[in-house]
Design a protein around this ligand. Structure first.
Ligand code: ZN
Length: 377
């Protein structure tokens, strides 16, 4: 659909890309932006007809036959890839500690959207967190969405439609990003040099999100870390909702927190590549744990097991699901999300993890205001 719009010079003025995190929204937005501004033609073309597309095996002339083909070599393409193109502006939430897109940011988009591009054909605004608009900043953007300049395109991204204000949603063309099959992901990984065995494991573990698999493939130790994180969460779930009054769980919670913290320390020690901040590694580990709990919730609710992210842990998850309730799992998910928020606010990982495992095993603690202020740095 996007490729055909480029080829036929009918690019819309606002798109909303919807899909899970790491499902390819931002990557697609960049390729789309590059194709629109590529200095060489054609930037989009029908795909070779002999190559069947897995999602549309029976449609021979569908939109799936088109591909975005920016050259990747011209100055425009190179600048977009490097994030330095003057007409491709990324707007990230700036107010409320990176939670919200502010009214000022919306006004700045409006001002910039009125100016003609100096380089290339179109001025683009990439907004990776469309869920970060509040009523006021959304209202400040409406004029831009309603009466756009002919040379402007906005690409907004969000995990799901309910998180985007209806005023914005209704003025965008919706593009949905599904999850990729593990075969496709494994194939993509091997074509980039990952060994088939590791590619298969990554593909099974990433829950259909190619971005996650690609980033994990850069860090060989991540699969091992993932296994350990999942083991820790399996222990928490196995300890279960009934055990919450056992005083020994306090000791266990500290031990689990220490083990989880140790994963990041050892990963940072082993890695040869550029060191990533401990906060990011901790946050990824929490995301892995969250995925495990979501799978458990799916199974508690008797959803299709194929929807689970952690396909390789299904038998274990099914066993645990038969002994827990959805309400309890939801409570656990809330505790992990709270831990993620505290990490985002730069609370020390040790404090965050101890607090989280305590909450997971013994029930949640009230949130101390000063914890959010970062007083426990
Ligand atoms: Zn190009």
């Amino acid at each position: 659909m996007l490729a055909r719009a480029v080829a036929q010079d009918q690019v819309g003025h606002a798109y909303l890309f919807l899909g899970a995190s790491c499902s390819g929204k931002s990557t697609a937005a960049k390729i789309f932006a590059a194709a629109m501004n590529c200095e060489r033609q054609p930037a989009a073309a029908p795909q070779h007809l002999n190559t069947p597309t897995p999602q549309h095996p029976n449609t021979s002339t569908s939109v799936a036959d088109w591909r975005l083909l920016p050259c990747g070599e011209c100055e425009s393409c190179r600048r977009i890839a490097a994030g330095t193109h003057p007409e491709v502006l990324e707007v990230r939430p700036e107010s409320k500690g990176g939670q919200n897109i502010s009214v000022d940011q919306s006004r700045e988009i409006r001002r910039n959207a009125a100016l003609r591009p100096k380089m290339g054909k179109r001025r683009l605004f990439l907004i990776p967190n469309a869920e970060a608009f509040n009523e006021e900043s959304a209202n400040a953007l409406l004029k831009t969405l309603e009466e756009p300049s002919p040379f402007v395109t906005l690409i907004l991204c969000a995990p799901n439609p309910s998180q985007v204000l209806p005023t914005i949603r209704s003025r965008c063309q919706i593009v949905r990003f599904g999850l990729a099959s593990s075969e496709e992901i494994a194939e993509a990984l091997t074509s980039r040099g990952t060994t088939p065995e590791i590619a298969r494991e990554l593909a099974r573990a990433c829950g259909g999100r190619p971005g996650l698999a690609l980033s994990w493939a850069q860090t060989p130790s991540v699969l091992q870390a993932r296994r350990r994180v999942l083991d820790l969460f399996a222990q928490v779930v196995a300890a279960g909702e009934k055990a919450s009054r056992d005083p020994a769980l306090g000791v266990l919670s500290l031990r689990l927190a220490e083990q989880m913290r140790g994963l990041v320390v050892s990963e940072k020690g082993e890695e040869d590549g550029p060191a990533r901040p401990a906060k990011v590694l901790h946050s990824e580990n929490l995301e892995i744990g969250l995925g495990y709990l979501r799978d458990l919730l799916l199974l508690c609710e008797r959803a299709d097991p194929l929807l689970a992210q952690n396909q390789d842990r299904l038998p274990e998850l099914a066993g645990l699901a038969s002994r827990t309730s959805a309400a309890w799992v939801l409570e656990q998910i809330e505790s992990v999300r709270e831990a993620q928020q505290l990490l985002d606010r730069n609370v020390a990982p040790q404090v965050v993890l101890e607090r989280m495992f305590w909450a997971l095993l013994r029930g949640r603690l009230p949130v101390a205001g000063r914890l959010y202020e970062g007083a426990l740095l």
